[in-house]
Design a protein around this ligand. Structure first.
Ligand SMILES: *[C@@H]1O[C@H](CO)[C@@H](O)[C@H](O)[C@H]1NC(C)=O
Ligand SMILES: *[C@@H]1O[C@H](CO)[C@@H](O)[C@H](O)[C@H]1NC(C)=O
Length: 495
């Protein structure tokens, strides 16, 4: 069924009145799921099977009314939900008919909880997520997508929109444990875990609303991170939707504004979803984590077990990067000053295992000869309190005892601990013991001579015979059998 010109005209004329009603009228009643749409006309005995959900648009410049009209022209009873965080401004000119609804997702004092949940507005089995700038122009497109979904093996099907940037497939691996998302545009074995570009995406409503953040923006980023993590793939159909006749964001200023807001939204989304590093084909990296200016992205460590381990995550990649940078800097300073140092504890263990910081470690430990402290200006100054060096690292005497701590910055307290030892009768000892298993005396011959090991992207000094050194400190088999720092609290191997 098509709306006649006259009906379209009437609908348009009613918009002003309806918008007033929408703004000042009562909040629409929550309709129980699966009940028929009030006043809707049926295209088949079963009614429409797809709800059009419009989420990705900019309030300040969009073609959502054109999009909505194009779907109503295909089927006047087409359920359409336009979802926004808050009431769009300037107001969206939507027809005031029962099957077109505006969902405001931000909680509000005067509305019931269900009003801010998008699933409240969807009574159909399928949902088509339609981006701004798309229009329906050939009958039966949605039904063909439904058939492709029903008969195929994927949880999502998609159709490109014929804009300047039509959808293409991406491979996507999400690792929550490592806080990373890895995209690949042209993997050796083509995969479609995510899309880049404009697409209409169709999936079952129960799948969409079972995601943790079904309509978080940017929608493409959030949707595919969640679906890829669940192993759901996309089938990209050759069934293009038309582009809007009057495309949104046509001016350079509008595009600039939309891109700026999109970047802000994306950074906030990735933080919320716990993705701190996005990589593209392993080369281009985008960091969304801590920096010199921010605080350390985990709190004070209790019982040697940082908070992220309880969340089944390892050290955030930005922290590992900052630790590597701090370690390289400290080692450079110590070497330049002629201070004899070596990798200690977990850092030596990481170097022995795989030449890097252990992926769940939260600091770096170095041993030094106590008698060499005087050679190093930074350590001398730290003895008297603390000093910030020319690269912003903070050198200080640890409050916990007789050792030094070098922090990444004044606000970010990721650190390298520097433990001074002195020889006594051929045994290396020190005055502060923190009661860790590895915190024990050891024969000086392990340091005569020191050897060189790759660590955290550079070459660092280490005790000779470091396997025996590590087994002396941590126990037999420690290199081969990784374990969390305090297995009595939380164990890697015992779940
Ligand atoms: C995703 O993981 C698979 C299996 O581990 C790997 O073969 C593929 O290269 C990875 N793709 C990306 C984009 O990281
Ligand atoms: C929702 O997702 C959970 C796993 O995340 C799954 O166990 C459950 O079956 C899903 N429910 C539906 C209705 O698909």
């Amino acid at each position: 069924m098509r709306l006649t010109r006259c009906k379209v005209g009437l609908a348009a004329a009613a918009i002003t009145f309806n918008l007033l009603f929408l703004f000042y009228g009562p909040w629409p009643q929550h309709r129980p799921r699966n009940s028929p749409t009030r006043g809707s006309r049926r295209v088949s005995a079963a009614g429409p099977r797809v709800t059009i959900l419009v989420r990705e648009f900019e309030a300040f410049d969009n073609a959502v009314p054109e999009l909505v009209d194009s779907f109503l022209q295909q089927d006047p009873a087409q359920p359409i939900v336009v979802a926004a965080d808050a009431l769009p401004y300037p107001p969206l000119a939507l027809p005031r008919i029962p099957n077109v609804r505006l969902a405001l997702l931000q909680p509000a004092l005067d509305r019931p909880a269900a009003a801010s949940r998008p699933e409240t507005y969807v009574a159909t089995e399928f949902v088509a997520l339609v981006p701004d700038g798309a229009r329906a122009d050939s009958p039966g497109q949605l039904e063909r997508m439904v058939e492709a979904l029903r008969t195929g093996s994927t949880r999502l099907v998609a159709a490109p929109v014929s804009t300047a940037n039509p959808a293409k497939c991406l491979a996507l691996n999400v690792s929550l444990r490592e806080w990373t998302a890895r995209y690949d545009r042209a993997p050796a074995v083509p995969r479609c875990d995510a899309l880049e570009g404009d697409a209409v995406v169709l999936l079952r409503a129960r799948d969409l609303f079972n995601l943790s953040a079904p309509l978080a923006r940017p929608l493409g980023t959030s949707l595919f991170l969640q679906t890829a993590l669940r192993g759901w793939t996309v089938r990209l159909l050759d069934l293009p939707f038309a582009a809007a006749r009057q495309p949104p964001l046509a001016t350079a200023h509008a595009r600039w504004k939309a891109e700026r807001e999109g970047r802000t939204r994306r950074a906030a989304l990735l933080r919320t979803l716990g993705i701190r590093l996005v990589s593209w084909e392993g080369a281009q990296l985008e960091w969304f984590g801590c920096s010199k200016e921010s605080a350390r992205c985990f709190g004070t460590v209790e019982g040697d077990t940082p908070a992220y381990l309880y969340e089944e995550r390892w050290t955030p990649p930005c922290c590992l990067r900052a630790l590597r940078e701090t370690a390289r800097h400290v080692v450079g300073v110590l070497e330049a000053a002629g201070v004899r140092y070596w990798l200690e504890g977990g850092s030596l263990l990481g170097a022995a295992r795989h030449g890097d910081i252990i992926p769940w470690d939260y600091d770096v430990d170095l041993g030094i000869y106590l008698e060499d402290v005087g050679n190093c200006e930074q350590l001398r100054e730290a003895e008297g309190g603390s000093m910030v060096d020319e690269r912003g690292f903070v050198w200080e005497k640890a409050v916990e005892g007789d050792f030094f701590r070098v922090q990444y910055s004044e606000s970010n307290h990721l650190h390298v601990d520097v433990w001074p030892f002195y020889p006594r009768n051929g045994v290396m000892t020190k005055d502060t013991w923190l009661g860790h298993r590895q915190d024990v005396e050891f024969p000086e011959h392990f340091l005569q001579p020191l050897v060189t090991l790759p660590f955290a992207g550079f070459m660092a000094k280490a005790p000779n015979n470091y396997r025996r050194f590590l087994e002396l400190k941590f126990g037999p088999g420690v290199i081969e059998n990784p374990e969390y720092p305090n297995p009595t609290l939380l164990s890697l191997t015992r779940g």
